[in-house]
Design a protein. Structure first.
Ligand SMILES: Cc1cc2nc3c(=O)[nH]c(=O)nc-3n(C[C@H](O)[C@H](O)[C@H](O)COP(=O)(O)O)c2cc1C
Ligand SMILES: Cc1cc2nc3c(=O)[nH]c(=O)nc-3n(C[C@H](O)[C@H](O)[C@H](O)COP(=O)(O)O)c2cc1C
Ligand SMILES: Cc1cc2nc3c(=O)[nH]c(=O)nc-3n(C[C@H](O)[C@H](O)[C@H](O)COP(=O)(O)O)c2cc1C
Ligand SMILES: Cc1cc2nc3c(=O)[nH]c(=O)nc-3n(C[C@H](O)[C@H](O)[C@H](O)CO)c2cc1C
Ligand code: SF4
Ligand code: SF4
Ligand code: SF4
Ligand code: SF4
Ligand code: FES
Lengths: 219, 223, 442, 197, 334, 276
């Protein structure tokens, strides 16, 4: 095959047509999966909301109020309703104070603004150190499998996160107390602990400051 | 070669990871747990089969000079499809964990390598078998690696703790250095097997090695 | 040139052990019943035999004649009959042709050369011819024909003659004794060599651990326009590149010869042999050799005729007090190990040394721990550790890039290596392989 | 601003090294690292192509794909762009500098299928910080620095491998096995830089 | 000859027992185990200091490390059928240094795992003594640090007295705010940290022993300590509230241990003096950078490990010209 | 649907652009790459032993395609392989005679005089020290340079003597160049009987240092009768490989030093003084 036989327009045409075909196919698939992808993302949010809110029957993912905390961070509040009645709020904030990047914290709040449950929905902390604060992971062991599978319902416990339950945000941030009686921080992961604490505080405080607005819902 | 051979060679004899040493990036990056390895392996296998089928279909009409770009376009298309489908239907945790490496299946040397070395020369049926075998081999290797790393890190497999007393995770294994080291140990294991085999059969032994030639890319991208 | 000598980089200070024989005056070895003169005693082509079995020869008669320019004649060490022309173990372990002479006991000189009394007014060509005719080779170790060094090729000039009296090898004292006892001959030979080179002056370099020799020569040297230069004590001070650097500050480029920096280096024993040839008209048939070692009963310095078997030499010193580990021709740093007592004294045999078991370096080699000692002590400033690893992996091209060809095989690196690596042997091998490669290319 | 770019530089070269912590471009990292000289050539080629590819694809991304909502085509478009770019570079190199072509030319085809290049542009487009994503120069600098990180790792690794050639490695570990272990320890050393940015 | 007949029989060497070998035929008498055991000796002051401050716990850790290193080395030698090598002392030294790199409260399995990482991963996979490109102890230490960040960064509180096994945790001086650290404590070793991070005086004494025996090149510790001193000094002047004084920096955090005992490991550092200088400087700069801006409170291990990786390159660039090379290049004589 | 349209158009244009570029590149660079090289390379054993005289199998394949080499140059290929390659290239394969290496020495540790040697365990290095520390200047040093050089593991060092396993030897000749004593010759595989001695010295001199040397007693010459199976070369007898003797000659001639041996039995360690 010498250089002479090369037909440049033909090559261009072939590749062009092929690429166009590919693009067409992809647009088709992209449009047809678009709704499924959206649903999948929504499901993710709903799953998270389901963990922090009491049982609800609306779609809190569609009823959102965005407020600013006193630090200027945007806090997203999802409103949980049952039979139309507001039964709780879920506040979500992204804090940049994480050890290695942003941490997304979601807090379920009672109507009076006290903390119900805290979960961390996204983080890039050091596995084993930072993630000890952030993860609520059920560790199945082989024993559980052997014993047979009654699944434990509800959230996996995390002492650091559970510490906030029933607390109300004061005017000052929670101080990190390491390994004392009040456990909300962990040696070796002070930064993560502080970041999570700060985020919970920001959500709680914003909630308290805007209880009236929140109680009206997003309408 | 018989059809079964086309299928089985990818599983062990020509295993893409452990023998051919192709597609190292996803191999190392996503094998921090057995589950991730499985996900990546299956995704790659889908792309591999899809591209093998199409390439084998159009093999006679592709102008030789542009066959590599053509293959790449085909592969990229399949990768995007897999990406979109996973986004839509796979568990979000898995999709998040595999992250950037799904698009990177495009440049996984195995996929292109099989398209060039096999599908472009063989019929559709054989190409499917080849893709399936290679893909399963890849998946197998990834799961093995992921499983080993997961076990050494925390004594668990597929997120099930096998040794309940193991409380502190050995993070080295799930970190980047651990990936390299464990893969190195795997290759050494393969070498040890081959040495023993060579001794038994009194043939010469060559260590598994990756050099420019393994992926054939140089030869393929003719100027 | 009276400035302070320069110190070359590196070097080692082994225990010199010279006290064993340094105070022993040179003795003449008694006449033996027979001598085995090895044919090939010089670098270059072996000479051509001119006698045959059964011939009668007188002392100093020609046995073999030079077969080319880089070749020297060989003379009979005593008068007698040619008994056999056979093979005899050579210093490298391979048997080489040799001439066995049965002594008639008369030890009678044949027609030797005309004596040149007035060498100061003799032409340099004639002096060179005499050096050649007398069969003189470098007696410092290499055995390079002396007349060749005296004849710079077209375009090269010589401005410095250095006489090597460093004797930096431990144990050896032959040169030392020679300088003490035959100072006049040393200096005269030096002056003759200088004249042969067309030079007015010359330098004799002596290590400072021989103050008596320095003093003795300084007294005589002035009369001949020769200078004596004390040198720091540091092995291998006597290696010609290091010597030239110490005395003139010139560095001989790698792969080049002293001649390229306008120097000629000759050993003191060579100078004495030259003086003998010119002033006494005698060919080179004997040399002073140190027979020593911790296990030797009576170490000493002896004047042996060529062809004296080592076994006879050892009898002269009363044998050994215990079985030694090694028998060497030459010093402990550069000498060649022998496995037979039948090897004979040759023109370049400066020492017969028995190494006792406790000082012999009989170790298994361990992997290099990269301590860098060898790098530090290498007088040629190359990287022995890396080169040896290259050689072990048969990467001779790499060894060449690392300048293994510059290695003078002084052995300093092996001496200091805590891993007991056979560095020197690797380098010898590498040089041979590289040269073979080069030859192939040509 | 300056600070930010310093962060990108240090981050891409040392902290989030492409090969050693992001696992991009491992094949050439293992394949072209037997000799220091080839590693140098490959490094040059990668730096050149990655910088260029980042620039071009960031332009295409922000002026074509994003405005037209064609993000799903990113993978396809980027790989096609890279492939064309490499070919173009090859033509130009040969015309412009034969010497450069001789030293880098053979590595160019390899780069088309190098994860690092595609990974870099995909990262730029999908998950890089705002400052990089939004500007073409941010993307270019990121591409350049990432490539430098690749080059650093490759050069260090190849010099280590040359040393390993001399070692008496157990037979089963000869070849790529011990190289991988070495890469692992090298990655450990690089982990010390974590937190610098 | 009649003369010799009358003499008593003289003993001659037996040629069959003569050994042939290449020159040189004498050696300086140095050997590897001598070197290693001198280094072990130089470690002793620091070991004693560690035991004084951490008690039996320190002895336990050191013993576990040494024993596991030696056993693992011999186990491996058996496995790959190589001759025993523990006598050369390098495994013992590795064990001691590993122990000095752990804290007194390290559990037994950390010691064993560390021994495994050091001896197998760090050394034997490369072919044993002399072939390893990375310092085995640091491979182990960094591996453990990455593997168990929490365990490896909680330190035990020192208290004079030998008879104690329980330990309290505390911060290392570098982890405290500037001003909380006292010079006297640092010098004596009354501070938290791993065993080998404590007594500056003992470590310097060990270093002097090494220098006196010419086992290490002075360029490494001088360049290492010097560059850390200068860089942290500048940082301290700029910001005294957040940065410790350079003196504290030099005397704490394993820097002395690293500079005298670990960066100087000849196997993994450059061979020439020029190279050693570059190596030391590199270590110093990286250590300072990690200490001042990095995550890890301590940068010595990473710095040395990183510079180990650079060693082949340094070796390459620091080759000096052979004797007689310059002249040739100038074309003086052709 | 507009998105799809834009997608198709833009990507199509991009693809076309790429195709054109490649076309141009292909024209500019137009390097002739012969497909057959790859094909031939696939048929080669891939041992890269260099026995063909090229730098490796690929190099050899190039050479064959360029017709500067012929398939039979590969010592590793069986005649069937050679034929396959020849068929692929459309040339006629020549029959080649298989050769195997013979180490012309059987002076192992027990049967020869040697000195104690302390140094590099490699023949080419050892020979620099007292010529290898062996009594016989011509004999095998037994440090195995040849075995190291053999890519097929065909040489075994047994009792400080190199022993070739003829069934493993493929005839690549790597060992020949490796031996510093030039002991190894390539003999036709069909010849099984060899004189395992290479010393030209006189019989008596040889006996002094080696019990298994050929002392040129000529029993084997006589035993071959009229046939010129064995050639006399000074104080040494050699097999005439043009007309090699049958295995029975070994029995028939009753070589007093056992220098005359069968290669196959030698490999199996069947001779006196050679332990398993
Ligand atoms: C490798 C490594 C990873 C770390 N990851 C985290 C982390 O994810 N979260 C965190 O808060 N601290 C992390 N740290 C620890 C911080 O650097 C810092 O030492 C700690 O948060 C404060 O120490 P303290 O809790 O002991 O007071 C990490 C340290 C290291 C060495
Ligand atoms: C070499 C070795 C490595 C070990 N690695 C770990 C480990 O990484 N994490 C762990 O929790 N236990 C590990 N163990 C297991 C311990 O034997 C045991 O689990 C531990 O001492 C009990 O843990 P706890 O008392 O701290 O819960 C290891 C044991 C050995 C011998
Ligand atoms: C390492 C080394 C050490 C040497 N030591 C001496 C020595 O001490 N005395 C000596 O005369 N020659 C010594 N030589 C030989 C000299 O380099 C040089 O060849 C000799 O002096 C030339 O003189 P000649 O030809 O008369 O022997 C040594 C050579 C080397 C390589
Ligand atoms: C001065 C000196 C320092 C050493 N430092 C170390 C060290 O830090 N780590 C180690 O494992 N071995 C060390 N060794 C021992 C030995 O060199 C080490 O085990 C080798 O790296 C193993 O190949 C040292 C030896 C010496 C002489
Ligand atoms: S023997 Fe060669 S390498 Fe060794 S010190 Fe002497 S000159 Fe240097
Ligand atoms: S002296 Fe020996 S151990 Fe030290 S660097 Fe040189 S060769 Fe290696
Ligand atoms: S014995 Fe010699 S000729 Fe035979 S295969 Fe081995 S190296 Fe080649
Ligand atoms: S045959 Fe030659 S190379 Fe082989 S062991 Fe004997 S001497 Fe060495
Ligand atoms: S898979 Fe990443 S470069 Fe090959």
């Amino acid at each position: 095959m010498g250089a002479q036989e090369i037909n440049i327009p033909k090559l261009g045409l072939f590749l062009g047509v092929l690429a166009a075909l590919a693009a067409g196919l992809l647009s088709f698939i992209s449009t047809s999966t678009a709704s499924a992808i959206k649903l999948n993302l929504q499901a993710k949010t709903n799953r998270a909301l389901g963990q922090v809110l009491p049982e609800f029957d609306n779609t809190p993912g569609e009823e959102i109020i965005t407020l600013r905390s006193d630090l200027g961070w945007p806090v997203k509040f999802y409103i949980g309703r049952k039979s139309g009645e507001i039964i709780g709020y879920a506040g979500e904030v992204i804090t940049p104070e994480g050890f290695s990047g942003d941490i997304t914290v979601m807090v379920g709040l009672e109507l009076d603004g006290s903390v119900r449950t805290v979960i961390v929905t996204a983080n890039t902390e050091t596995p084993g150190l930072g993630t000890a604060i952030t993860d609520r992971k059920v560790q199945k062991t082989i024993m559980d499998l052997i014993k047979g599978g009654e699944q434990v319902a509800g959230l996996a416990p995390n002492t650091y996160l559970d510490w906030y339950a029933d607390k109300k945000a004061g005017s000052d941030r929670w101080n990190i107390v390491k390994e004392g009686s009040a456990v909300n921080g962990k040696t070796g992961a002070t930064i993560t602990s502080r970041a999570v604490g700060g985020a919970v505080h920001a959500i709680g405080k914003t909630c308290l400051a805007n209880l009236i607005q929140l109680s009206k819902g997003a309408e | 070669m018989s059809a079964t051979k086309e299928f089985t060679k990818g599983l062990w004899k020509d295993n893409s990871v452990l023998v051919l040493l192709l597609g190292m990036c996803p191999t190392l990056a996503v094998t921090s747990s057995a589950t991730n390895g499985l996900g990546m392996g299956v995704a790659t296998m889908c792309v591999l089969m899809g591209s093998n089928i199409v390439v084998s279909f159009i093999r006679s009409i592709v102008p030789k000079k542009i066959r590599i770009p053509v293959y790449i376009v085909i592969i990229a298309t399949f990768v995007t499809i897999v990406d979109l489908l996973m986004q839509a239907y796979a568990p979000t945790a898995l999709y998040d964990a595999l992250g950037i490496f799904i698009p990177l299946i495009v440049v996984n040397c195995i996929v292109l390598g099989r398209a060039e070395a096999f599908a472009s020369k063989n019929g559709v049926g054989k190409s499917i078998l080849d893709g399936l075998g290679m893909g399963l081999g890849f998946t197998f290797a990834l799961v093995a690696l992921g499983g080993t790393r997961e076990f050494l890190a925390s004594g668990s497999l597929f997120e099930v703790k096998l040794i309940p007393g193991w409380t502190t995770d050995f993070m080295l294994m799930t970190s980047a250095p651990g990936a390299f080291i464990i893969l190195g140990l795997f290759l050494a294991g393969m070498n040890a097997l081959n040495i023993r085999k060579a001794k038994r059969e009194r043939t010469s032994y060559k260590p598994a090695g990756l050099d420019c030639n393994s992926c054939n890319i140089c030869d393929m991208t003719e100027k | 040139m009276s400035e302070k000598p320069r110190k070359f980089k590196g070097g080692v200070h082994p225990n010199d052990s010279k006290a064993l024989s340094a105070l022993k005056p040179i003795q003449d070895a008694p006449l033996l019943e027979s001598y085995k003169v090895i044919m090939h005693q010089n670098i270059g082509a072996p000479p051509e035999l001119v006698v045959k079995k059964g011939d009668e020869v007188k002392k100093g008669d020609l046995l073999a004649k030079a077969s080319g320019f880089v070749s020297v004649p060989l003379h009979a060490p005593t008068s007698g009959t040619i008994k056999m022309i056979d093979k005899c173990p050579g210093p490298t372990g391979i048997s080489i042709p040799s001439i066995e002479i049965t002594a008639d006991g008369e030890d009678e000189w044949g027609d030797t050369f005309e004596v040149i009394r007035d060498w100061k007014n003799t032409g340099s060509e004639q002096l060179k011819q005499r050096v050649w005719d007398a069969g003189i080779v470098g007696m410092g170790g290499a055995g390079f024909p002396a007349h060749v060094k005296l004849s710079p090729p077209e375009g090269k000039t010589v401005d410095t003659l250095i006489i090597n009296g460093a004797e930096c090898e431990p144990y050896l004292t032959a040169d030392h004794r020679l300088m003490l006892e035959q100072g006049e001959d040393v200096v005269q030979g030096t002056a003759i060599l200088a004249r042969a080179l067309g030079l007015k002056s010359a330098v004799i370099g002596i290590e400072e651990n021989k103050p008596d020799a320095i003093a003795a020569l300084q007294e005589i040297a002035a009369n001949y326009g020769v200078e004596v230069q004390p040198l720091p004590v540091n092995y291998p001070q006597g290696a010609e590149r290091q010597l030239i650097y110490a005395i003139t500050g010139r560095e001989v480029p790698i792969g080049k010869l002293p001649m390229d920096v306008h120097c000629v280096v000759q050993n003191v024993a060579t100078a004495v042999a030259v003086a003998d040839a010119v002033v006494k008209g005698r060919p080179s048939i004997e040399r002073v050799t140190t027979v020593t070692g911790k296990s030797v009963v009576e170490p000493g310095n002896w004047r042996f005729r060529l062809g004296t078997p080592v076994s006879k030499a050892l009898e002269l010193v009363g044998g050994v007090s215990e079985q030694p580990a090694k028998l060497l021709l030459g010093g402990p740093m550069m000498g060649i190990a022998q496995s037979s007592l039948d090897v004979t004294v040759m023109k370049n045999t400066s020492g017969i040394l028995l190494i006792a078991k406790d000082e012999a370096s009989l170790y298994t080699s361990e992997p290099c721990i990269r301590c860098g000692r060898c790098v530090e002590c290498c007088p040629m400033n190359i990287l022995p550790a890396t080169i040896s690893q290259a050689v072990e992996n048969k990467r001779f091209d790499w060894a060449e890039d690392l300048n293994v060809l510059a290695c003078i095989e002084c052995g300093s690196c092996s001496y200091v290596c805590p891993s007991h690596r056979p560095l020197n042997q690797h380098f010898k091998r590498a040089k041979i392989e590289i040269q073979a490669q080069l030859r192939k290319k040509k | 601003m300056l600070n930010e770019f310093l962060m990108i530089t240090v981050g891409a070269i040392l902290v989030n090294n492409f090969v050693l912590s992001k696992f991009l471009g491992v094949c050439p990292f293992l394949g072209v690292s037997k000799k220091l000289d080839t590693a140098l050539g490959m490094s040059g080629a990668v730096v050149f192509v990655m910088t260029l590819a980042s620039l071009v694809s960031s332009l295409i991304n922000s002026f074509l794909l994003v405005p037209m909502k064609l993000e799903f085509l990113q993978t396809l478009v980027f790989i096609v762009v890279i492939a064309s770019l490499v070919q173009l570079v090859e033509i130009m190199l040969q015309k412009l500098s034969a010497k450069l072509y001789d030293s880098l030319g053979i590595f160019l085809p390899l780069i088309t299928t190098n994860c690092a290049v595609l990974g870099c542009v995909v990262l730029n487009a999908k998950s890089a910080p705002e400052s990089i994503q939004s500007t073409w120069y941010g993307a270019t600098i990121y591409g350049f620095c990432s490539a430098l990180g690749f080059a650093l790792a490759l050069i260090l690794f190849s010099s280590l491998r040359e040393k390993l050639d001399l070692a008496n490695v157990p037979k089963a570990f000869e070849g790529t096995a011990i190289s991988l272990v070495t890469a692992g320890i090298l990655a450990m050393a690089f982990m010390g830089f974590s937190g610098l940015v | 000859m009649s003369e010799t007949d009358s003499k008593p029989i003289i003993q001659m060497p037996d040629p069959a027992k003569l050994v042939v070998s290449n020159s040189p035929h004498i050696r300086s008498g140095e050997n590897i185990s001598k070197i290693m055991f001198i280094v072990v000796g130089a470690m002793l002051p620091a070991c004693i200091a560690a035991v004084l401050f951490f008690g039996l716990a320190a002895i336990k850790v050191l013993l576990f490390c040494v024993v596991s290193c030696v056993l693992i080395e011999e186990g491996w030698n058996k496995l790959v059928k190589r001759r025993p090598t523990w006598k050369d002392g390098s495994a013992i030294l590795t064990g001691i240094l590993l122990g000095m790199n752990l804290n007194a409260g390290a559990p037994w399995w950390i010691c064993i795992l560390g021994g495994f990482l050091a001896i197998i991963l760090g050394k034997q996979l490369y072919g044993g003594l002399g072939s390893n490109p990375f310092n085995p102890v640091l491979v182990a230490r960094v591996g453990l640090l990455i593997g168990f960040p929490e365990l490896m960064t909680t330190w035990d509180k020192p208290a004079l007295g030998i008879m104690k096994i329980d330990v309290l945790t505390t911060a290392t001086p570098l982890g405290l705010a500037p001003g909380e650290t006292f010079v006297k404590d640092v010098l004596l070793g009354n501070t938290g940290g791993c065993l080998g991070e404590t007594s500056a005086i003992a470590l310097v004494a060990g270093g002097i022993i090494l220098l006196a025996f010419k086992l290490i090149k002075w360029q490494v510790p001088v360049a290492f300590l010097g560059s850390v001193f200068v860089i942290t000094g500048i940082a301290h002047v700029i910001s005294p509230e957040t940065v410790h004084s350079p003196f504290i920096h030099v005397c704490t955090g394993g820097l002395l241990l690293g500079a005298f005992f670990m960066a100087t490991d000849m196997v993994t550092s450059p061979m020439t003096r020029k190279g050693a200088l570059i190596f030391g400087l590199g270590c110093g700069v990286i250590t300072s950078v990690i200490r001042l801006w990095g995550t890890y409170p301590e940068g010595v291990s990473f710095a040395i490990l990183f510079m180990n990786a650079l060693t082949p390159l340094i070796d390459r660039v620091s080759i000096s010209k052979p004797f007689g090379y310059t002249v040739l290049e100038k074309g003086g004589a052709v | 649907m507009s998105i799809a349209l834009i997608a198709i158009i833009s990507v199509g244009v991009l693809g076309g652009f790429l195709g054109v570029i490649i076309g141009i590149v292909a024209k500019v660079f137009a390097v002739e790459v012969d497909e057959r090289i790859e094909g031939v390379n696939d048929l080669l054993p891939g041992a890269n032993c260099g026995g063909c005289g090229f730098a490796g199998c690929t190099d050899f394949a190039k050479g064959m395609v360029a017709e500067s080499a012929t398939p039979d140059q590969c010592p590793v290929c069986s005649s069937e392989d050679v034929k396959n390659i020849a068929d692929y290239l459309g040339i006629v394969a020549e029959e080649k005679e298989k050769k195997v290496a013979v180490v012309r020495c059987v002076g192992d540790a027990k049967n020869t005089v040697r000195s104690l040697y302390n140094g590099v365990r490699d023949c080419r290095s050892a020979v620099l020290v007292a010529s290898g520390a062996k009594g016989c200047d011509y004999g095998c040093l037994g440090f195995g340079s040849c075995a190291d050089a053999c890519p097929f593991g065909a040489i075994e060092i047994r009792d400080a003597l190199a022993v070739v396993h003829p069934d493993l030897c493929v005839g690549c000749e790597n060992c020949v160049a490796a031996c510093p004593k030039d002991l190894i010759i390539m003999a036709p595989a069909s010849a099984d009987v060899h004189v395992y001695c290479n010393s030209p010295e006189k019989g008596a001199a040889k006996r002094k240092v080696c019990k298994t040397a050929c002392i040129a007693c000529r029993k084997c010459v006589k035993a071959s009768g009229e046939e010129d199976h064995m050639l006399v070369d000074g104080f040494l007898i050699r097999t005439n490989y043009e007309n090699p003797p049958a295995a029975e000659l070994v029995e028939a001639s009753a070589c007093p030093t056992t220098a005359l041996r069968q290669a196959s039995k030698q490999a199996a360690g069947a001779y006196e003084g050679v332990s398993e």
